[in-house]
Design a protein around this ligand. Sequence first.
Ligand SMILES: Nc1ncnc2c1ncn2[C@@H]1O[C@H](COP(=O)(O)OP(=O)(O)OP(=O)(O)O)[C@@H](O)[C@H]1O
Length: 279
Amino acid sequence: MADPILDIQNLTLRYPNAPTPAVCGVSFTLGQERLGIVGESGSGKSTVGRAIMRLLPDATMQADRMSFAGVDLLNASEKQMLKLRGARMSMILQDPKYSLNPIQRCGDQVAEAYRTHVSTTKSDAKAKAIAMLEAVQIRDPERVYDLYPHEVSGGMGQRIMIAMMLLTDPELVIADEPTSALDVTVRLQVLSILDDLVKQRGIGLIMISHDLNLVRNFCDRVLIMYAGRIVETLDAKDLDHARHPYTRGLLAAQPRIGGPRRPLPVLDRDPSWLSEATL
Ligand SMILES: Nc1ncnc2c1ncn2[C@@H]1O[C@H](COP(=O)(O)OP(=O)(O)OP(=O)(O)O)[C@@H](O)[C@H]1O
């Protein structure tokens, strides 16, 4: 089997002054696949994503291994990380409103991000940015290039972010709730763009989400997080046969449209979930 893109073993992370670690003993590998990380709010999903990007300078981070394409992320210098972030590893966040600079044209932001990592002319970067806007299915990319962020819809803003993140051909993309600010039809379009890009470019994608249905349909594998730990890892197609009571509780708590109306079950938490893992 090819070496994984990402290999994380026994990652524990504590925020300053926090009584307990936000992430505790997390281990997983990622190949050229779509890996979902699911769990309730506060379970540590985003912290795992930000730890991989080394975006948490104030937190205390320990791990037995944390390597990305052969680079030791635990001991990499900030200079090395600056070369990796946005070039070989990228993160797409929930809401493009907070990621795009409101006073700069969208296309210039895409081109400028490219020039940060690739030494090229302004006109070449502009041509690459326009081609990438087209690749994420933006019609009339020359016109959109000149728009400011407030002039584009949420779905288009997210596609612009995806274009910016993919222009440098990263090996790893971490998408943190990339579609939760979008309406249902736009969400499907954005997911299908991400899906095509994963397949065509062979990148490893981590999809962080609350949405069990989304990861079931979109991902290859799923990690279930509870209170900073991975309690279960399974193929997305086997999600309905999950063994861990927490995963089963999350599945049972999903509201269903149609059928008889019934009260949603309340998750009966067991303290032993904090120590056991069904891997
Ligand atoms: N910058 C921070 N400083 C201190 N504590 C933090 C910080 N960010 C997150 N936490 C805490 O770490 C824990 C995990 O948070 P995290 O955001 O990783 O969870 P999450 O599963 O991604 O939740 P959500 O789905 O709501 O984004 C929570 O208890 C949270 O309060």
